[in-house]
Design a protein around this ligand. Structure first.
Ligand code: FAD
Length: 291
């Protein structure tokens, strides 16, 4: 994994998630095999805040790490963990040779009471990162690679863009090795964020998060969840192809490819594809970027 700044081509990686339905679980290993053929630098595996898919996430990360030879980056969300439970989770990761963690605070699960939420051991992701750095030698007897999240368009709860950058600097000082961004559709917003982060003293490699939009519904959900601005060009594509699934998919992938090529041209450290368990999206983007 590249946790130094890029001096050539961006490092390419992708995210997958443990399927919610049991019947889809077996298929995830076929999906991973196909993604592995694209030789990403790492595959990240999402985690349900509150631990709803904890066992599956470890099983999937383990398969990636131990069966495909690709580095697994396991997401962990601190909101569901006490310090002692997190220590146990680290031991489980160690048993599966997983030493790369995307350390996130996570969002409050619906079922979590005010009392539980307010008495959590780790208030921010940076608190969890500090803890991971303290524990790495005793649990792993080696260094972990620790990634953190960042938000080109500002985290929705942040008091201001400046406050969010300050929090990111704290993440770096806590021992984070690299950052992966929330998805975005307008590259200029990402470049402005990057300039501001560098001016603030954030020197960590930043991997740009790209999500190909392959259906009109997906865009609705994505934007509601992340508060991301949608490029007018993308909205126009939805207007034009929203009710033609095959055409929409082609146009959405083409938009993402052009976005990624521009990021490459600008020399970003990495491109992380939110592939939604669709290997063909990794294939399309990685082939275009390597071509
Ligand atoms: P933090 O870095 O703790 O930031 C949360 C808020 O607190 C921000 O507003 C920030 O400005 C503020 N803040 C942070 N530190 C400080 C500080 N020291 N002092 C004051 N304010 C501070 N969620 C999942 O549930 N599962 C996943 O697998 C998952 N994967 C993700 C992958 C990526 C790449 C990203 C970018 C997000 C992912 N998320 C995931 C979503 C994430 O959990 C939420 O966005 C969550 O609300 C914030 O997590 P964080 O780690 O960025 O939090």
């Amino acid at each position: 994994m590249n946790n130094r700044n890029n001096n050539g081509s961006p490092e390419l990686s992708c995210e997958i998630f443990p399927p919610k339905k049991d019947g889809e679980f077996e298929r995830v290993f076929e999906i991973i095999d196909r993604i592995a053929e694209c030789k990403p630098a790492f595959i990240s595996v999402t985690y349900g805040a509150g631990g709803s898919n904890a066992g599956k996430a470890i099983e999937i990360s383990s398969y990636i790490q131990n069966q495909t030879g690709i580095t697994a980056l396991s997401h962990l969300t601190s909101v569901g963990f006490s310090a002692s439970a997190l220590r146990e989770e680290l031991k489980a990761l160690k048993e599966h040779n997983i030493t790369s963690i995307l350390a996130l605070r996570g969002d409050r699960p619906q079922a979590m009471s005010d009392e539980q939420f307010n008495s959590r051991d780790f208030e921010h992701a940076s608190d969890m990162i500090r803890f991971l750095r303290e524990e790495e030698q005793s649990v792993f007897q080696s260094s972990l690679t620790i990634a953190g999240g960042c938000y080109p368009e500002c985290h929705p709860e942040a008091k201001s863009f400046e406050a969010d950058l300050e929090a990111l600097l704290t993440k770096q000082q806590a021992g984070c090795d690299m950052l992966i961004s929330q998805l975005f559709f307008e590259n200029d917003r990402f470049y402005s964020f990057l300039d501001a982060a560098r001016a603030k003293g954030i020197t960590l490699p930043v991997h740009a998060g790209i999500m190909p939009i392959t259906s009109a519904n997906q865009l609705g959900r994505t934007v509601t969840l992340s508060g991301t601005h949608v490029a007018k060009e993308l909205l126009d594509l939805i207007d034009r192809f929203g009710d033609q699934p095959e055409e929409m998919k082609k146009a959405g992938v083409d938009f993402a490819v052009r976005q990624a090529l521009d990021l490459k041209e600008r020399g970003v450290d990495g491109i992380h594809v939110y592939a939604m368990n669709k290997p063909e999206l990794c294939e399309a983007l990685f082939n275009a970027l390597r071509g």
